[in-house]
Design a protein around this ligand. Structure first.
Ligand code: CDP
Length: 208
């Protein structure tokens, strides 16, 4: 079984995908970590994330363990990730590793922005997880604060809106729900309720 979980920043897709992976015993890939690690490599080299040459070089040279670095989780790395993600050659460089992961024997679960549309258009289950921008910005701000990040809520909200727009409006693999995706709005759901709703969607699809 292949499960695709897409959605915007801090919609709850990561938590949902991780829990589904444990529940259905599937290997899990957070594809955003590939874009974040690429962006961090560009920043570490002193280059501009919007510089296509530098970003493509970073994506092509990405080491497997780069996605485990805690520094890819900062708000700055997230903002830079959405800039490298606009570049078609960067997406192309990261395509095979995502496809290979998804189509391993036994299936997998991946979360991102274009899993149900581009990486796994034939996924068995597709979820598109959404929530109000203010709710998402507050969630991410609280997560980052707990890790010692000094970003303000106002800055987090403006980054959220900026990232939503950039991810949804890019020409290559824009963030959008696949036609056959099930929409899950987590705005007023607790984590447990969101996860339970996602499990119910997967189980319903399995029965169908
Ligand atoms: O966790 P969060 O929602 O903040 O973002 P992420 O999933 O770590 O992704 C960071 C950025 O990478 C996104 O804003 C997208 O621009 C990009 N991304 C993408 O373009 N395609 C994916 N499949 C995953 C992430």
């Amino acid at each position: 079984m292949i499960i695709a979980v897409d959605g915007p920043l801090a919609s709850g897709k990561g938590t949902i995908a991780r829990t589904l992976a444990a529940k259905f015993a599937l290997p899990y890939l957070d594809t955003g970590s590939l874009y974040r690690a690429t962006a961090l490599a560009v920043l570490d080299a002193g280059d501009d994330p919007a510089d296509a040459k530098a970003a493509v070089r970073a994506a092509q040279g990405l080491k497997a363990d780069a996605i485990d670095e805690s520094r890819i989780r900062t708000a700055d790395a997230g903002a830079a990730a959405s800039k490298v993600a606009v570049i078609p050659e960067v997406r192309e460089a990261l395509y095979k590793v995502q496809r290979d992961f998804a189509y391993q024997p036994g299936g997998a679960i991946l979360d991102g922005r274009d899993i149900g549309t581009v990486i796994c258009p034939d996924a068995d289950v597709k979820l598109f997880v959404v929530a109000d921008a203010e709710t998402r910005a507050r969630r991410r701000w609280m997560e980052l604060q707990a890790k010692g990040d000094t970003i303000s809520y106002e800055e987090m909200l403006s980054q959220t809106l900026e990232r939503d727009a950039r991810d949804a409006q890019r020409s290559d693999a824009p963030m959008q729900a696949a036609e056959d995706a099930t929409l899950l709005d987590t705005t007023s759901l607790s984590i447990d309720a969101a996860v339970a709703a996602a499990i119910a969607i997967v189980e319903k699809r399995q029965k169908a």
